[in-house]
Write a new protein. Sequence first.
Length: 218
Amino acid sequence: MSRTKHRKGSSENEETNNNALLILAAIVVVICITLLFGSFIYWTIYSEPASSTPSDEKNVCQTPDCIRLAHQMNNFGNKSVDPCVDFYGYTCGRYSEQVASENMFERKNTILRTLITEYWHKNRNVSTDSKSETIMKQLFELCSSIQNPENKAHHNEALHRDLLADINKVGSWPMIDPNFNGTEFNVTQYLENMAGKLNMIKLLMQPTRIELFDNICG
């Protein structure tokens, strides 16, 4: 009787241990599945998408204009200067060396003339409703026609006639009139004629243009 009870107790203990092992194994499996699922979600959300372009391909402008501009801007800087000490010197330290031989305003005018010329050649036969574009085309065609030596001479002659006519409205000038009489020179009358007949009242009234006025009268 006692042996039967002992065997029954041992069987119950063994069954209890097996159940504990099964529960522990199930917990381990659940933990592993949770970790795998969490890793998959993290990788899906935070991983960077693979680039569809080759790794050596860069989004850099390679046109001749971009290359020329990049080379020019690189030459503006003085790479011997520490940028943490003098950033301006590092980026623009040699700017004056690069542009000293060329007037900046003349350079801008050259660029502007080039842009206008390219636009005219591209759109010369294209109709437009823009008044400014129409005027620009007409002005460009007029300027282009003047480049002809014969037309240029005629234009200069007409310009000189108009200039002399304006000067005569002011009065006789000693530089162009061999019969100039200094005793009859009246500067007040000259200034009045320039302000009235040549419509230069604003020029006389604005002190910021005194230097320009002196150049005209000088």
